[in-house]
Design a protein around this ligand. Sequence first.
Ligand code: G4P
Length: 284
Amino acid sequence: MNINWYPGHMKKTKELLQQQLKLVDVVYELMDARIPISSKNPVIDEIIANKPKVIILNKADLADDKITKLWIEHYKSEGIKAISVDTLSGKGLREVVVEGEKAVKEKMDKLVEKGRKVRAIRVMTVGIPNVGKSTIINRLAGKKSAKTGDRPGVTKGKQWIRLKGNMELLDTPGILWPKFEDQNVARNLAFTGAIRDEIMDIETLALRLLEKLWITDKDKLISRYNIEEGLSSGLEIMDNIAKNRGCIISKGEIDYTRVANMILDEFRGGKIGRISLERPTTSI
Ligand code: G4P
């Protein structure tokens, strides 16, 4: 992670975000569709409070579609609108705008009834690093986007980007910290590449990923790496993958760094398949 989160910085970030939230009507809370629990900031609900929000399960192209649908149902059962989005291909982006508008329609209609002039709906994106905030802002803005100029209260340099419909998007995202004190969360973030690999050595990280996938997505692993029958431990599976892929140093000795990097890269790039590491357990 490029940002060093320490208590003072977290407090400042929280306060800044609370200021920015006063300027917007809707929040897009971005999460990684593969790990909606691990990629959620632990205090975001408290910060957003009653402000209308739409959850964006981004990188849906890398997640298991069936599980993403379960997540959407899960949020729905909690009264929260969630959308699955693949920002790279643009799939789901139209819905992002539509749902953003819907989330504040009632409020806007009331203002109009009171005789107030129709104004643009203001939105901002929020999320932990690497969930795709900058990418989605750029995609939503598109090439023809016009900057609408500074608004009072927005930190100098921040601008509103005019979107389709009647919306304005803050050009800088709210960046929050992940729940890194939880080992399981840290591991999921490391598996997906959201945090640097230093949390544990690369070989152990790849081994843990293999162990996890062997339970949840065995078929995908077998078909990607041609793993032979009868293996059970993570190390045996890793050795088998290394041999099949020629990750050998000399005299048959396994190049663990190479095979570990390969497995992690292929997982992160979706080459092992569309895999979700977390599924909802309640309220569905
Ligand atoms: P951030 O502002 O929230 O920190 O995230 P950013 O937009 O920089 O995106 C982080 C990485 O995620 C980028 O990859 C970006 O291309 C990728 N990404 C964003 N949205 C999607 C999506 O819907 N699907 C997929 N597959 N990838 C997405 P990158 O530039 O290669 O960075 P990195 O992965 O090397 O860190």
